[in-house]
Ligand binder design. Sequence first.
Ligand SMILES: Cc1cc2nc3c(=O)[nH]c(=O)nc-3n(C[C@H](O)[C@H](O)[C@H](O)COP(=O)(O)O)c2cc1C
Length: 353
Amino acid sequence: MNAKDCQQLAKTAVANKLTVFGLGPKLVLCQMAMPPPLSEVVLIVNPAEIDIAVNLGPLALSNPILVASGTFGYAREMTGLVDLSRLGGILPKTITQAPRPGNPPPRTYETSSGMLNSIGLDNDGIEAFIDHLLPYLAGLGTPIVVSIAGKSQVEFIEMAARLDGLPSVAALELNISCPNVSGGVDFGTDPATCAAVVAGVRKACGVPIIAKLTPNVTNIAAIARAAEASGADALAVMNTCLGMAIDWRRRRSQLGRTMGGLSGPAIKPIALRAVFQTSQAVKIPIVGIGGIATIDDVMEFFVAGATAVQVGTANFYDPTVSIRILDALPSALQECGAKSVREIVGTLIVESG
Ligand SMILES: Cc1cc2nc3c(=O)[nH]c(=O)nc-3n(C[C@H](O)[C@H](O)[C@H](O)COP(=O)(O)O)c2cc1C
């Protein structure tokens, strides 16, 4: 409907003492005594009045669009391409206590339905991160959520204690779900070990804690409940799905380390399911991750139960995707009559089952 039609509609409404309702994409006139059924009414909201700020427990974010660990480097690489200060938060590549060379090549492989990677947490270790990367990240004015992975519970605790209190660390994401390191995934596949890591880190530091879960489990709700009970402030759902690609002629894996993590739009249905199941199981906020590439994807994650999202693999083919999604967010919320992100989170209507 163009501006002239709107004006005409408003004049007719005033002249006839009628009320304008938004019905889906259309505007209709109704007598106040006979409004359309509430389920069909869409409130008309001015995008400028929409509140896109969200809270992940104690962590306040100006908006819910973050970038996922391992898919955005240490952010410096994206300077010039992306206005980093606009992102809701930045998750640099996971760091470990000691430097790690990562897995043997090839480390990535593009399948016909998604990307496989087995990077193996290649990084220079926590001290190099604090000395050389954190100062730059601190200057961006964007919340930095530092992703850590320990080889043991003790390492997780020591790393959390080391990062605690550094002014530029807004939160910690515990990578208990990386499929590409031996030992790494075990923390996120068993409720008791997950609980032990989260509880240990909780005691060791005062910053908000996000536990990043793996989909490679039978019952993700049980792991989610364990993380919540042990003090996690939020859950990140999810890391990659364990997969393989084979060159049958050579009878070898396409990856140097046989198996890898599948990511990209192919895994979105799995991620939506995982977000829905975890959001039903816990009260703490969920950060949805998995195959997000458009504003529609983001809205689906909100409806499934996510309070915020992280964009991952899509950054590789379009580093500006998060900003374009962010720009589209107010209109998408307006379309469903929501004045804030909160109003749409977990609003899935379940007909049966
Ligand atoms: C090349 C690559 C490297 C990754 N490295 C990490 C990492 O260091 N830490 C981590 O928690 N997740 C890592 N991930 C997983 C992503 O953060 C994300 O959870 C996953 O890819 C699913 O989201 P997507 O489908 O949007 O990519 C990596 C993913 C890819 C593709």
